[in-house]
Design a protein around this ligand. Structure first.
Ligand SMILES: [Ca+2]
Length: 174
């Protein structure tokens, strides 16, 4: 009987499927091909900050307004998950504020129709964890459709110097 229960537990575990859906883990050239940026900047795979897999991403934002890193071609259906998570480290930017913007495949041109949040940078490794029901509410316009997501952007409103930071394990979890 105990053995049967153990087997049933295993079946249930498998049936539930993976609890993490990776949006980008920066492990391969194909992963890096799914990044774009808005200003002259430097991106490279790194082993200096890795929280998942074997590599993370090193980003050098240039001086200027709205230096932006965009993750596109992400898995679209986040509907079975509860949290957006990412690990980041900005050792020389403690006190700065990183912005995270998340768009669905609807009309995200107006501020009200997308989701944005301010993340205070601590200067130490930190995990961002945002409830997806909050993402779905957006900025007060039409709600985002978690089954048809499009992209994630990380940006600063402005930088008065080059800022190097690290990112890994961008994902949604249950
Ligand atoms: Ca990784």
């Amino acid at each position: 009987m105990t053995r049967h229960l153990a087997l049933l537990s295993l079946v249930a575990l498998v049936a539930c499927g993976p609890t993490t859906l990776t949006l980008n883990d920066f492990e391969s050239a194909a992963d890096l091909d799914r990044l774009t940026w808005r200003c002259p900047m430097w991106l490279q795979a790194t082993d200096q900050f890795v929280t998942s897999g074997r590599a993370g991403l090193l980003v050098e934002f240039p001086t200027g307004v709205y230096p932006t890193l965009e993750l596109w071609d992400v898995p679209a259906d986040w509907g079975r998950h509860r949290w957006f998570e990412a690990d980041l480290f900005a050792p020389d930017a403690g006190g700065e504020e990183l912005m995270i913007r998340i768009d669905d495949q609807g009309d995200c041109e107006s501020f009200a129709d997308r989701f944005e949040i301010t993340v205070p940078l601590t200067g130490a490794p930190q995990q961002v964890r945002i409830p997806l029901d909050r993402v779905a509410r957006g900025n007060g316009g039409h709600p985002l459709d978690l089954r048809h997501m499009k992209r994630v952007l990380f940006y600063l409103k402005s930088a008065d110097r080059r800022i190097t930071w690290f990112l890994d394990g961008v994902r949604v979890t249950q």
